[in-house]
Design a protein around this ligand. Sequence first.
Ligand code: MN
Ligand code: MN
Length: 308
Amino acid sequence: MNPLAGSIPARADMEQRAQAVLLGSAVGDALGATTEFMNPAQIREKFGIHKDIVGGGWLNLDPGQVTDDTEMTLCVARAIAAKGEWDLVGIADRFAQWLEGNPVDVGVTCRRGIEGYRAKRQLQVPPGKKDAGNGAAMRIAPVAIFSLGNEEGMARLAVEQARLTHNHPLSDAACVAVGIMVQWGILGYPAQKLRAVADELVDRHPEFLFEDYDGGTTAYVVDTMRTALEAFFTTGCFEECLIKTVNRGGDADTTAAIAGAIAGARYGLEAIPSRWLLALDPALRDELSLLALRLLNLSPLFSGKRES
Ligand code: MN
Ligand code: MN
């Protein structure tokens, strides 16, 4: 089936949705980093409801500062944008450079994968039981924008970029599901279409059952996805979705980075509260906005090339 059959939204509409994907993910990271590794009771006690980008958290961040989720997303986006085409080696090089710069945070699995690349130029880590973390799914958004108009291509590239650090069927499945939801959001598909993607993920991997989920929000990609999907499908706007996500605590910056990408696509740029956008570093905000447009321009839908 051609997902583009019928009407597609105006270009300007897709552009602002693509920008909302990257910006939505970054504000999720900045907002959630404050409550990362807290539990809901601790969050309630300290903030009532956590809803402003104030920094702090276990990393003692400045207000608006982002973490590995956004930094690795930038590596993926910058590599593709710089080459003007898919560039797995470029992504790996940027991950390596980023790790050398002593980032504020880096996941264990990501570090191991990047070190494998540095030592052996390995572009795919071997399958690992412990590789079902959320570190690949959190940086998938640029791939979804870049491959808009070619879903199979997106699925292939999503898994390629994931396996630089994570090689596990549940991580792969999460990356592809997030990628499709982001793409369908940019294309303006209704909520029930996005729901069908999530339901299909659950059909194939029942671990991801997210309805009524109120369990822990860990770095296990299954818990991460259940948290993000539950929040997305039980709220009606970007702001509510992210507030619900970050007040669950746990791996809050990462659950909110993923929820922010999906909700950004679905609700668009105008739905992102300006107090959150303004809290980000203006240079980061500008770069994410430009990268979103650049990636969209390179996509099969806009470039006319079939293959990404
Ligand atoms: Mn993080
Ligand atoms: Mn995290």
